[in-house]
Design a protein around this ligand. Structure first.
Ligand SMILES: [Zn+2]
Length: 207
């Protein structure tokens, strides 16, 4: 029910088999990952606000969580947007990155927070399943916000490479990606694909 990026200290992405992680039961996934089942979460706004937390539960509004606290899982919820887990030696960040958040610089904001507030150099970043350039049709006005990451869908409409745009905001990281499109791939929830109300989780923690 979860995917663990190889070489990461504490990172996991759920699949649709795990069920709705925003509202559903998180105990099985937590057991599989070996983490507590109380996670720190955000009311996600598609912005670039970074929230540092030291306890589980609702941490207010924002799109990136960071902590240096051991044993505290951080989670964002996605169904087409990218969930990103970023590791430094002493801290972890989990980021909700859709096009609005990326246009606002949410991955850059998380990296800066880790570097400046928590004095850590970014080592690794892992990206969960996200809607691919194959399927992420956008208007020209959205594509223009992502120079160098414009693409075309399989039906030749303008699209954006969200993964590429996210990676470009943390070029110092060694990146790993699930590499599957939530809309045309199997095993994911997709808001665009089927209007899914369920969400997958991107989870990061310091063991
Ligand atoms: Zn696709």
């Amino acid at each position: 029910m979860i995917i663990r990026p190889p070489g990461f200290r504490g990172a996991a992405f759920t699949t649709s088999l795990a069920g709705d992680m925003r509202r559903g039961d998180r105990s099985a996934v937590s057991g599989e990952a070996g983490i507590r089942s109380e996670w720190a979460t955000l009311r996600q706004l598609h912005g670039a606000a970074v929230v540092e937390v030291d306890r589980p539960g609702a941490a207010g509004e924002g799109d990136a969580l960071v902590t240096g606290r051991r044993g505290l899982p951080l989670a964002v919820f996605t169904a087409d947007c990218a969930g990103v887990v970023i590791e430094t030696a002493g801290a972890v960040a989990v980021v909700h990155a859709g096009w609005r958040g990326l246009a606002a610089g949410v991955v850059t904001a998380a990296v800066r927070y880790l570097q400046l507030q928590l004095k850590g150099e970014v080592m690794r970043a892992a990206m969960g399943p996200a809607i691919g350039p194959c399927c992420f049709e956008v208007g020209e006005e959205v594509a223009e916000l992502f120079p160098g990451h414009e693409a075309s869908t399989t039906w030749k409409a303008p699209s954006v490479d969200l993964g590429g745009a996210a990676r470009a905001q943390a070029p110092e990281a060694s990146w790993w990606s699930v590499g599957s499109c939530t809309r045309c791939g199997e095993g994911w929830f997709s808001h665009r694909g089927d209007g899914a109300a369920s969400r997958m989780a991107a989870i990061g923690w310091m063991p």
